[in-house]
Design a protein around this ligand. Structure first.
Ligand SMILES: [Zn+2]
Length: 326
């Protein structure tokens, strides 16, 4: 039998493909809750433990708050499913949701995030059954370990039991419970990586990334922003974000070591890498180009992402007239 050597990537587009990366610092504008596990009446936030290098002394470690990449990925995918499309939602238009992904190569969401149908499934409103499919995503998420070593804070909250749990005639005594929160002002370096995507596919990633900012976190409050501080110029605050578009990975990756706990040290490490291309440190500037490698930094990165946001709007959200016989 002949061996199968093809990747399995369905030829949906004949456009040039590139790799894309997004590197950014998120800042929590208020306390945030990213659940880890729920014990009896205590809601614990997710943390990670980082072993520190043993410099001849005693072994030590750090506990840090964590905005896990898998949670970020889930929020991003939902912002696409719930994106406005005419009078409805993009996911409903495509018949694509969570966990029931459509797993079709032509779906702008599944094409990028991947899809899985474990066994042949009948879907309401569809004539044909959906075959068992594995569509490999080409977008991956990483980072999320907070820079500052600032443990979670615990707060008392009151839950009002519903009628179902308590007879209506009994006294409405609130049930107290404790919930931990990630403290405000924590900085989270995060990274999104895209493998062999067309500009159109990356527009989906850009939309999901920017749209998820206001919606990260479980329950309320929610939301982060991209951290603002001088980046390219000393006298101008800019969002801490780098966007790369390339064939070969010539840029040094602005990834912050999780063992760093000082914000200034983390910023120094990020900044140094952001301005390093092909093994050389460059003069700080908004855009760096080396052959097919393009890097956009700060406001220039936001401007570049905005071009892709507009592209996504035009291609995926805005063609309302074509579908409503107006
Ligand atoms: Zn889909």
């Amino acid at each position: 039998m002949a061996s199968k050597v093809k990747s399995g990537l369905e030829d949906y587009s004949d456009k040039q493909r590139f790799n894309f990366d997004i590197y950014a610092f998120f800042e929590g504008g208020q306390e945030l809750y990213f659940g880890h596990e729920t014990q009896v009446n205590v809601n614990i936030v997710e943390t990670v433990t980082i072993p520190l290098p043993n410099n001849g002394g005693e072994e030590s470690e750090l506990e840090k708050c964590y905005l896990s990449p898998t949670k970020r990925r889930g929020v991003e995918r939902r912002t696409l499913i719930w994106a406005p499309k005419g009078n409805g939602l993009l996911g409903d238009t495509l018949n694509c949701g969570i966990p029931h992904t459509c797993s079709k190569a032509e779906c702008p969401i599944c094409r990028v995030f991947g899809g899985l149908i474990t066994s042949t499934t009948e879907v309401e409103g569809e004539n044909e059954k959906r075959p068992a499919t594995t569509l490999i995503g080409r977008l991956t998420h990483s980072g999320g370990v907070a820079i500052q070593e600032l443990g979670p804070e615990e707060k008392q909250r009151a839950m009002h039991p519903s009628m179902i749990r308590k007879p209506p005639e009994s006294e409405p005594t609130p049930t107290p419970f404790k919930r931990e929160y990630n403290q405000p002002g924590l900085l989270y370096p995060v990274y999104n990586h895209c493998l062999s995507m067309t500009d159109s596919e990356f527009s989906t990633v850009a939309y999901a990334f920017m749209s998820a900012l206001a919606r990260l976190g479980a329950g309320n409050p929610k939301g982060v922003k991209i951290y603002d501080a001088p980046l390219v110029r000393e006298d101008k605050e800019e969002p801490w974000i780098v966007v790369d578009r390339y064939l070969a990975p010539l840029g040094k990756r602005p990834v912050v070591s999780p063992s760093i706990t000082e914000v200034e040290e983390a910023k120094k490490q990020f900044r140094k890498a952001a301005f390093s291309v092909a093994g050389k440190e460059q003069e700080p500037t908004d855009e760096l180009t080396e052959g097919n490698f393009q890097r956009y930094i700060g406001d220039a990165a936001i401007a570049k992402l905005s071009e892709y946001l507009t592209k996504f709007e035009e291609e995926a959200l805005n063609n309302v007239d074509a579908e409503t016989d107006n």
